[in-house]
Design a protein. Structure first.
Length: 121
């Protein structure tokens, strides 16, 4: 994946509900709200190390689930394949427009593009 923060926010999007409320809160404040460990600690009346421990545990829980399920890996692979499908449908539509002008091909490429868009959502 691109970088640590991106990877962690993906883990949170997929598996955040598996965390305790406190883990979710601290993780969200640190990664999504960009608060420092010290700021989170001060706002919650605990030590900076205490905040770090909660966040590290949350990261571990979510990474463990990802290692077992591979949902994020498969999701990212699927997104790449969808882009390829959309590009191929566009190329077929262009080729049809330039050489064949067959309305059936237009309808089929439109259906493929619609299905690919629906999979993205």
């Amino acid at each position: 994946m691109k970088n640590q923060t991106y990877r962690m926010t993906m883990l949170f999007d997929f598996y955040g509900e598996l965390l305790t409320e406190r883990q979710r809160e601290f993780f969200d404040l640190y990664y999504n709200e960009d608060l420092s460990l010290s700021e989170i600690a001060e706002n919650n009346g605990i030590s900076r190390q205490g905040v770090r421990d909660v966040i590290v545990r949350a990261e571990g829980v979510m990474q463990k689930v990802e290692d077992k399920t591979g949902l994020i890996r498969r999701f990212l692979q699927m997104q790449e394949h969808i882009v390829s499908i959309e590009e191929a449908a566009g190329q077929i539509k262009t080729l049809n427009y330039r050489q064949y002008e067959d309305p059936r091909i237009d309808r089929l490429t439109d259906a493929i593009a619609r299905a690919a868009r629906a999979l993205k959502e």
